[in-house]
Design a protein. Sequence first.
Length: 753
Amino acid sequence: MRFYILLIFLFVFHLSNAQNQYNLIPKPVELKYQDGFFKLNSKTNIQADENSFEAKYLKEQIKIQTGLDLKISSKYTDKNTVQLIVNVPDTINFDNEQYNLDISKNKIHISAFSNQGVFYGIQSLLQMIPFEKSSEIKLNEVSISDKPKFKWRGMHLDCARHFFSVEFVKKYIDYLATYKLNTFHWHLTDDQGWRIEIKKYPKLTEVGAWRNGSMVGHYRDQKFDTIKYGGFYTQEQIKEVVAYAKYRHINIVPEIEMPGHAVAALAAYPKYACNDGSFEVGKIWGVLDDVFCPKEETFAFLEDVLTEVMDLFPSEYIHIGGDECPKTRWKSCEHCQNLIQEKGLKDEHELQSYFIQRIEKFVNSKGRKIIGWDEILEGGLAPNAAVMSWRGIEGGIEAAKQKHFVVMSPTSHCYFDFYQADPKNEPVAIGGYTTVEKVYSYNPIPAELTVEEAKYILGGQANLWTEYITTPEHAEYMMMTRMTALSEVLWGTSNPENYKDFENRLIHHLSIFDKKGINYSEAIYDIKATIEQKNDGIQYTLNARNNNNIRYTIDGSEPNLNSKKYSESISITKNQKIKAFYFENGTKKGNGAEQEFFISKSTAKDISLEFQPSKNFSNGDIFTLVNGVFGDTDKFGKDWLGFSGKDVVATIDFNRTETISKVKFHVFDGQTSWIYLPSEIIIETSLDGSNFEIQERLSEQEIVFFKGNINIHFNEVQAKYIKVTVKNFGIIPEGKPGEGNGAWLFIDEINVN
């Protein structure tokens, strides 16, 4: 009996080892392990057309990874071979991206209906092969049948704010190819730089590609250097990159911004603006007022530009931006106002729609389609346009319901210029807080859509805007780990309920990044801290890959291996600073967790809001306002609640009568992100929850003077309730970032004593 138990144990152990060997990302749709091994060695042949790019690519990558230099031969053999087979489909409904990968004792067989499918099979095989020099490698027998769920699986790179070399752009494309992404959205023009050579208009790069300085530090610091900065891609370089991407089965979608984000172009050719005068390529981040004027000569110019762009890029879709277009110049432009009257348009929003539709007709006449950011919905969507939904999911929902194709790219999950870990330990970013786990939790198909409407969701992509990203190493740091999560989401095999499985596979890939010299964030080793209300108090809970490896202190000192071992949630009853580190094999990993608590009479008390916050920030959890934690005013991150166009009207119930005289909180000033200081703050108290008395009122001027650091003192009063009203800035005026839209209002901890 014990003999059979031993056999069963050995079988299970062997199967477990086999199943743990392949840490594939994205996870295949179907993967079955078998007993046995294939031995990859110097005698192994790659059986394929000797001119096949896929075969040459596989040969090159295996040599880089293992040192083995395999031969490519079209001669058939059934032993010790890697076969690359493109099958002729027997149906018109075949999937170009589908592949099968079978590893048996004698051969590795990769088959598909296209070279693209074979290429994806190769990527899976390369992830199975260890990245180490070896004369022989044993690969477990396995059978994989795989294909993606979404057609558009993309990553974006902003080369306008900061310019990246052709060499790095190619690396970026390789990173996408490794994880079976198929779309590279190349952001080439903006207020801060024009990066693509247009032969008919040489000043676009002679003038528009260079600025006389850049912002230093965060936007709110308003500091600049005077260093001339810029660069551009020649048409020959563009062709080189397009060909490079084509062989890796990646479609490049170029973005040429219009009608806004046009100052770099206007600096080169000011006659296409509404107002006379000269323009300077933007040194400041954000949205600038000067935009293209919808004159006939402007349309002729843009058609010439787009003709050269379309000659360079074979993409079905051309991205025309369409976002964040201020209407200031149009409102004061005689031509624009006459055009509105002539065309029977209602306002400047419909004028923007007219502009986009003019461009769409031209692009359609060339056999192509336009895609734009979700602002192109305003004033009416162009007939054949696709929408990239970034300000949330609402634009995508609206477009899909109108039967327009959609690429989902909401800030909440898909903006990789946001912080990915505690901002205190991270390089300066624009703001926000998007972890690997949050990316992995994303579902591109909104629940609000019917099955039929959901068919218009092409897929999704993540965006890497580079105001604060100046080097290739920083770009890698911001995108690599989160991109792997996105790849599995868009392949369609992610399972947020089993995130740990993905994380374990990702850690294997981090060791490969090390060997390839790729920079990345170790944020997945960071301790995840949560703050919860429990028994009228605060519980601080820590989680890591192995909680037994967490060491912490409660006096603000640095933890080490001799510090207290974490075992259960920590009760917070007083002002204190908790520090914790995660150790693996005796080595500190990640940035740990550090949290300072400020306990007040409002901490962990019941709070209600008249208007609810956006779920894009801190998941809209209103407990954020009474959890004892102030937001970081230098690095806007996770400890804030955001309200879009709404007031904060918060009522806190102390559950007993308290004597109070002070209220402290912060409101955020980040105009480049449409976040504005409030117009007024009112503090009221009550004994019964119905009758409130005003204790203090701050005007907009006072709020600006205190730079959003609100510290209000009033005469001592007895109160069971306090109401804090923070009035939204309102509609953003002309000349300000986000003009015409409702402002965002951000607030952190409401601390009452």
